[in-house]
Design a protein around this ligand. Structure first.
Ligand SMILES: [Mn+2]
Length: 432
């Protein structure tokens, strides 16, 4: 880790001493089982060690719904406290070495101080996220009727300038990507022209694109509905693909798992976008009904596995083109956000390792022979393998905790920070 470790290293070691014998026994048994299938468990453990998914800075605070927000204890009040919480997640779980910032929520005067503190925790910065879906106090014009697609050119210019500012902040922090999600859309048929809105959006995004450095990526995030409920300018992966294609090679599509209609085949979207060079990255979360922002893998872990099944296949197909960005994007309303983010990173990592277990040569053979049962069984065999000992061993080998949630609770971190971070008041809605 770093010079600054928020959780006592001795406490983690003590906790690991308690669990190591059982882990070694489980790991050995799984290793025997996998070797019968021609798989070297240590190769998988190395892959788990190398796996990383970014934490969203907004995820360490308690979220809320359109109805209310019920604050938790010891919530971080600023980006420095958010970084401390992110450091806890990384120290214990070892799968989250970077943080994805949100501007203006995480704006500070001294960027070099921010970069230094993050690096002291051993954390780097992932994609920058702009915000033109709400109005800020120091802002001249309102986004009530849109931002990058607004009918008024002055509003579009303001939104472009904000995105360019996010790039400048990101440059100072060592980020290499900008994610743009807009809330623009309509609530009534006839409110706006679909075509003219999209034209205005593309025109404004061309100005943003021009400010994206050559070694950066521009991620466009689509969302089917909310806050606009009738139509959304970047509604689906089709609109996203069209926009990313129109803009150029630095632009690609970001897939937020919650931003699709229920039952949509997201893994197929992933395959399509990769095939045509426009898969930029992910916002991982889970959902039952809509953009629920629930913890990754908590509702439909099979879907998460199937997404990673496509990703592992894509990498095998074209390793030189494979570079998607992985980020969590969740809202934690009834759990401790640190626990939810640790658990979610593990679930994403789990889906990845399970996908590595798929016997791809056999699968391709069954597909060619139209042996439906065996093809599906090949996937299910991988999915049904409990890879928990691999994930725990990866954490233990990297200096993390065998059971990070238990170690986190033993450490009493939340109660400690609650002493210095005053409780915030509950408030009205405000999910993002
Ligand atoms: Mn998202």
């Amino acid at each position: 880790m770093s010079s600054q470790a928020p959780i006592s290293v001795d406490l983690i070691a003590e906790q690991n001493d308690v669990g190591i014998a059982a882990l070694e026994s489980d790991y050995s048994a799984l290793g025997t089982q996998l070797s019968r299938r021609g798989i070297d468990i240590d190769v998988l453990t190395k892959a788990a060690v190398d796996f990383a998914v970014a934490i969203p800075s907004w995820g360490v605070g308690t979220g809320g719904t359109r109805f209310a927000r019920f604050p938790g204890m010891g919530e971080p009040r600023n980006i420095f406290e958010k970084l401390a919480d992110c450091a806890v997640i990384q120290q214990l779980g070892r799968a989250t070495p970077t943080v994805s910032l949100h501007i203006p929520w995480d704006k500070v005067d001294d960027l070099s101080e921010l970069r230094e503190i993050a690096s002291g925790y051993g954390l780097g910065f992932d994609a920058m996220n702009s915000n033109t879906f709400q109005d800020q106090d120091d802002q001249n014009r309102s986004y009530k009727f849109g931002s990058l697609s607004h009918t008024d050119a002055a509003v579009r210019e303001q939104a472009v300038a904000h995105n360019l500012e996010c790039i400048e902040i990101g440059k100072a922090l060592g980020s290499r990507a900008l994610t743009v999600w807009i809330g623009d859309g309509t609530n009534f048929p006839g409110q706006q022209s679909f075509t003219r809105s999209f034209e205005r959006y593309l025109d404004a995004m061309k100005s943003v694109y021009a400010g994206v450095p050559d070694d950066w990526k521009l991620f466009i995030e689509h969302k089917i509905f909310e806050p606009a409920f009738y139509s959304t300018v970047i509604q689906d992966w089709g609109s996203n693909y069209l926009a990313a294609t129109e803009l150029g090679p630095k632009a690609s599509c970001l897939v937020d798992l919650g931003h699709h209609a229920p039952n949509v085949n997201i893994e197929m979207i992933v395959a399509r976008l990769f095939q045509f060079g426009k898969l930029g990255g992910f916002h991982f979360n889970d959902s039952k009904y809509g953009d629920d922002d629930l913890d990754s893998g908590s509702i439909n872990p099979y879907q998460l596995f199937l997404v990673f099944n496509e990703l592992v296949d894509a990498k095998r197909r074209a390793p030189e083109k494979f570079d998607p960005a992985y980020m969590l994007d969740q809202s934690h309303n009834v759990t401790d956000p640190i626990e939810s983010l640790i658990a979610s990173a593990i679930e994403v990592q789990r889906a990845y390792v399970q996908a590595l277990l798929v016997d791809r040569t056999a699968l391709e053979g069954y597909q060619n022979e139209n042996d439906v049962m065996m093809a599906n069984r090949t996937l299910k065999q991988a999915y049904n393998t409990d890879v928990s000992p691999i994930l725990a061993m990866a954490r233990q080998k990297s200096g993390g905790a065998i059971d990070p949630i238990v170690a986190y609770r033993k450490a009493g971190y939340r109660a400690d920070v609650a002493k210095i971070r005053p409780a915030s008041k509950g408030s009205g809605g405000g999910i993002v």
